[in-house]
Design a protein around this ligand. Structure first.
Ligand SMILES: *Cc1c(COP(=O)(O)O)cnc(C)c1O
Length: 382
C-alpha cells in the first residue's frame, strides 16, 4: 500500500463542533450551513453531513448542481437552498429534488412557475433584495414588482414565498456603517413584502461575520460559510480559537527528496533563493496545480523537520523547496502546510496573510490531485 504524497485531512468533528457553537449564539437556533464550492474545499458531502450532524437544519449552495448532488447522496432531511441560478438550469429537476430556489427578478419567478406547472410540484422561493452589495438581488426600485409577481404566482398555487433575504457587503468588517444601512434597507424590504401579503418562513441576512458579531442581523436564520470550517471571518479582530472555532482542514505532504547542497546554490526557477551556507534542501511535492499559490514564493510558511520554515524560492507547478539547515530530515518525512495551529503548524490564515489573500481562497483552491481523508466522522451515518 502506498502512502499518498500529499493529503488534505478534514476533521468532521471540528465542523460539527463549529456548527453547534454558531447555533448556540443565535436566538432562533436556525442555521443554514453554506457548502458551496465543494464545501469550501472540504468536500461537499463531508461538509454537509457533518454540518447536519452539528445541528444545521438548512444547507446552502451557489449552484443548483451542488444542491442536487446533496439530494442524490441521500441528504433528504435538511432544507437545501441554491441561489446562483442560470436561466438554462433544469428547474424541473430542482423542484423534483425539493430544492429551495432564490429569485432576483420576475423572469425567474415565471421560469419557476412554469416548472411547477409541468412537474405538479409547487416551488419554494426565497426573494432576494440587493440592500447594498451591488451583486445579486433585486434593486430596491424593482422589489415591489418582484414581490407582486411572486405573490400572484403563489395565489395560483404554483409556488410559495418561503424566504426573504439579502447579503452583506462588508464581510470582514461587520461593524462598517454600510452594514447598518443594509440592515435598515432589509427591514424596509421585508416590511414592503409583508404588507403586500408575504408570510415567509425565514428572513435571512447574516454571513459568518454577522453571525458572530451582529445579533441585530440574525433575523430568523443565519447563513455562515467560512466559520463552519473553523476559520475566522474577521482575522484582524479575532482568531479561530478566540471565536470558539476549530479549523477543520489540514494540508500535509511528504518530503520527496532530501539532499545536501553547498553555499551559493540557487534554488528553483529563476534562483529567487540562494543558500547562504552548506545546507539541506527538502523537496515538497506540492505546487500551484495543487493550490499552493505561486506568490507563496519565498514567503509561504511550512512546519518541517521540527520548525517553521519559509518556502525557499519559486513555487512550481508540482513542487517547491524548503531549506532545512542542518536539521535531520529524510525522504518520506511529513511536513504541514496548514492546520488548526495546535502543534506549531501554520494556519490557513497565516497562508492568507503571507500571500495577500483571504483564508477563503486558500482552502477553496486545493486541487484535484490531493488525496483526501476524513477523520472524526465516527457515528455519523453516510
Ligand atoms: C458564500 C455566501 C455566504 C457565506 O459567507 P461567509 O462569509 O463564508 O460566511 C452566505 N450567503 C451567501 C449568499 C453567500 O454567497
Amino acid at each position: 500500500m502506498s502512502t499518498p504524497r500529499a493529503t488534505a485531512r478534514v476533521d468532521a468533528a471540528a465542523i460539527r463542533h463549529n456548527v453547534a457553537e454558531l447555533r448556540s449564539r443565535v436566538a432562533s437556533g436556525q442555521l443554514l450551513a453554506v457548502v458551496k464550492a465543494d464545501g469550501y474545499g472540504h468536500g461537499l458531502l463531508t461538509a454537509a453531513t457533518a454540518a447536519v450532524a452539528g445541528g444545521a437544519q438548512w444547507l446552502g449552495t451557489a449552484l443548483l448542481q451542488e444542491a442536487l448532488e446533496l439530494r442524490a447522496a441521500g441528504l433528504t432531511q435538511p432544507r437545501v437552498v441554491a441561489w446562483l441560478l442560470d436561466p438554462d438550469d433544469d428547474w424541473d429537476a430542482a423542484l423534483r429534488g425539493d430544492i429551495d430556489l432564490s429569485a432576483n427578478d420576475a423572469a425567474t419567478v415565471a421560469a419557476v412557475a412554469g416548472a411547477a406547472a409541468r412537474t405538479g410540484r409547487p416551488a419554494r422561493l426565497h426573494l432576494k433584495i440587493d440592500t447594498g452589495l451591488g451583486r445579486a438581488g433585486s434593486p430596491a426600485d424593482r422589489w415591489a414588482e418582484l414581490v407582486d409577481a411572486a405573490l400572484r404566482a403563489q395565489a395560483e398555487g404554483v409556488l410559495e414565498v418561503v424566504g426573504l433575504w439579502s447579503h452583506l457587503a462588508y464581510a470582514d468588517a461587520p461593524h462598517h456603517p454600510t452594514t447598518d444601512h443594509q440592515i435598515e434597507a432589509f427591514r424596509a424590504a421585508v416590511d414592503t413584502a409583508e404588507r403586500a401579503g408575504a408570510r415567509p418562513e425565514v428572513r435571512h441576512l447574516a454571513n459568518s461575520a454577522a453571525t458572530l458579531t451582529r445579533p441585530d442581523a440574525h433575523f430568523d436564520l443565519v447563513r455562515p460559510g467560512l466559520a463552519v470550517y473553523g476559520l475566522s471571518p474577521i482575522p484582524d479582530q479575532a482568531d479561530s480559537s478566540t471565536l470558539g472555532l476549530r479549523p477543520a482542514l489540514t494540508l500535509t505532504a511528504r518530503l520527496g527528496l532530501v539532499k545536501r547542497v553547498p553555499a551559493g546554490q540557487g534554488v528553483s526557477y529563476l534562483h529567487r533563493y540562494t543558500t547562504k551556507r552548506p545546507t539541506t534542501l527538502g523537496l515538497v511535492p506540492l505546487g500551484y496545480a495543487d493550490g499552493v499559490p505561486r506568490n507563496a514564493t519565498n514567503v509561504g510558511p511550512v512546519l518541517a523537520a521540527g520548525a517553521r520554515r519559509t518556502i525557499a524560492g519559486t513555487v512550481c507547478m508540482d513542487q517547491f523547496v524548503l531549506d532545512l539547515g542542518d536539521d535531520p530530515a529524510q525522504a518520506g518525512d511529513e511536513v504541514v502546510l496548514f492546520g488548526p495551529g495546535d502543534d506549531g503548524e501554520p494556519t490557513a490564515e497565516d497562508w492568507a496573510r503571507a500571500t495577500g489573500t483571504i483564508s477563503y481562497e486558500i482552502v477553496t483552491r486545493l486541487g484535484p490531485r490531493l488525496s483526501r481523508v476524513v477523520v472524526g466522522a465516527d457515528g455519523i451515518a453516510g
